[in-house]
Write a protein that binds this ligand. Structure first.
Ligand code: 6LW
Length: 502
């Protein structure tokens, strides 16, 4: 891209689309890294890298071993909540809450953020969620948690020392002071928090003090970021983290949602990671306008690799974008059994169950087309759009038949069935965002169908996307589109995910 072209270019916001909530960012030299919550999915905590804050590439998942991430009996939207990523003393530090049985707060370290990350350092004396880490001038490590309270910890052992002290409870009357991050900036210590809850009342507030333990005076202009009470196309803005570029400019990553359809609006991609500029005025941060397009930056762009539409499972390991529900035992999911195919071996659970054998990727575009070629000769399985166990649409193949199924809360339906020739079959779902027309309009339409041997796509069902939205289903995640097996063994030849222009 030439300088002239760059000057006129605009860049999409969210900078990390799809279900990537609670972003935490740090910079080492010219490299930026972001991590996000991942809840009931395994592997957990996606790790992204950028050199320009606009182009982000997933380089791994921090928790990719069972001893790092136990999600047994975790309900959907349980598990891994808001992590914090920091760099100190020559290594990366990640602190996070696993809201599963036997979980709690824990620390991980790595020299390379792409991994491997360490085994967990458990923090049994650190309660609550949304833990943050910061080191003061003396090298003392402070852990700040939602509420907002703080305790001193030894990050190498997980031991706490000294009293746990209440730091700040946010603006008077605002609920849920959470997502704290503490920074030493200039002559002050700044305490950034989210409050109002992660729905439409979400916002970001800040306070400052002269020591890491306070006392803290609130910013007179709190909240410094919120879209509550507006019809801004980006809602629920909150849960932020700050980063300074080498040129001295400041930026904020935060979560937001993009409701679609008529009023009140339904968001289907979960809470996504957005970017906004920050200016400092009289010692307080002022967040720039949040826009769906970011203007060209003054610094060089460093685009990452273009993601291929097709994954043909030709590697011995799955790429980091692929996630499963709670775990991914090798005996149930492998690319080593049939070369160039993904083999899923059912273990009795259907998409309604917490142990379904499922491999999917986050839906990251409001309009997209997904297809997969499946060989159901030895079992039953197919292509699913999943929000949780009670909200999913799928097209399922068995030898000689395909069926469109839906689960919306207590309602299970066989929407359509069709005989097909024996042998492998191509299943597809086309997701088309609907422009806001009236209150009756959902955010999108999902068209599920099958590709005939000659290549013709036969549409079998059009389903309303509002029932796979967070406003209907609740929870903290977003849609994940993927492959599953409910009976026997099912082989998948390839998987196409193609963003489409609306
Ligand atoms: C997270 C809290 C929040 O712990 O939602 O948006 C919770 N913020 O900080 C789960 O994402």
């Amino acid at each position: 891209m030439s300088d002239t072209q760059q000057k006129d270019a605009a860049f999409p916001n969210p900078v990390i689309p799809g279900f990537h909530p609670d972003p935490s960012i740090c910079r080492v030299g010219d490299d930026y890294y972001v991590i996000c919550s991942s809840f009931e999915y395994f592997p957990g905590i996606p790790v992204f890298h950028s050199r320009d804050l606009l182009h982000w590439t997933q380089i791994g998942n921090a928790l990719d071993r069972p001893n790092q991430l136990r999600l047994t009996n975790t309900p959907s939207s349980g598990g891994i909540y808001a992590p914090t990523l920091r760099h100190h003393d020559g290594r990366f530090w990640l602190i996070v809450t696993n809201c599963s049985e036997g979980g709690g707060n824990m620390l991980f370290t790595a020299t390379d953020p792409a991994g491997p990350w360490s085994d967990p350092i458990h923090l049994p004396d650190v309660p609550g969620i949304d833990p943050d880490l910061v080191w003061d001038e003396d090298g003392t490590c402070w852990c700040t948690i939602a509420g907002v309270s703080q305790v001193r910890i030894d990050p190498y052992t997980g031991q706490t020392s000294g009293p746990r002290r209440q730091l700040w409870s946010g603006a008077p009357g605002a609920k849920a002071p959470e997502a704290p991050h503490l920074y030493r900036i200039g002559d002050h210590w700044y305490l950034l928090i989210a409050e109002g809850g992660t729905e439409r009342c979400h916002g970001v507030s800040i306070a400052r003090g002269h020591t890491p333990t306070g006392p803290f005076e609130p910013c007179p202009d709190n909240p410094i970021l919120t879209h509550r009470g507006t019809d801004h196309p980006i809602q629920n803005t909150g849960h932020a983290d700050l980063v300074q570029r080498p040129d001295g400019s400041w930026w904020m990553v935060f979560l937001g949602v993009r409701p679609g359809g008529g009023s009140p609006g339904w968001h289907v991609l979960g809470r996504e990671t957005f970017l906004a500029p920050v200016e400092w005025v009289d010692g307080w941060p002022v967040v720039g306008e949040v826009t769906s397009e970011l203007p060209a930056p003054s610094w060089p762009l460093v685009p990452g690799p273009v993601e291929a539409v097709r994954d043909d499972f030709d590697l011995s390991e799955l790429r980091p974008q692929w996630i499963s529900v709670r775990d991914r035992p090798a005996q149930h999911c492998t690319t080593k059994e049939r070369s160039g195919w993904l083999t899923l071996r059912a273990r009795g659970g259907s998409l309604d169950e917490p142990d379904v054998v499922f491999v999917g990727r986050r839906q990251q575009h409001l309009t997209c087309e997904v297809r997969t070629r499946v060989d159901p000769a030895e079992g039953r399985g197919g292509l699913a759009v999943r929000l949780d166990e009670e909200h999913h649409y799928e097209i399922e193949a068995s030898e000689g038949e395909v069926r469109v199924l839906s689960r919306i809360g207590p309602l299970r339906s066989v929407v359509e069935s069709r005989s097909v020739p024996a042998g492998p079959v191509v299943l597809g779902v086309r997701v088309r965002a609907t422009p806001p027309r009236d209150a009756r309009t959902g955010p999108d339409t999902l068209t599920l169908g099958v590709e005939e041997p000659g290549g013709t796509f036969t549409e079998l069902a059009d389903l309303d996307g509002r029932y796979l939205s967070t406003e209907v289903a609740g929870g903290f995640t977003g849609r994940v589109i993927g492959m599953y097996a409910t009976t026997g063994t099912v082989h998948f030849d390839w998987f196409d995910y193609e963003p489409l222009t609306p």
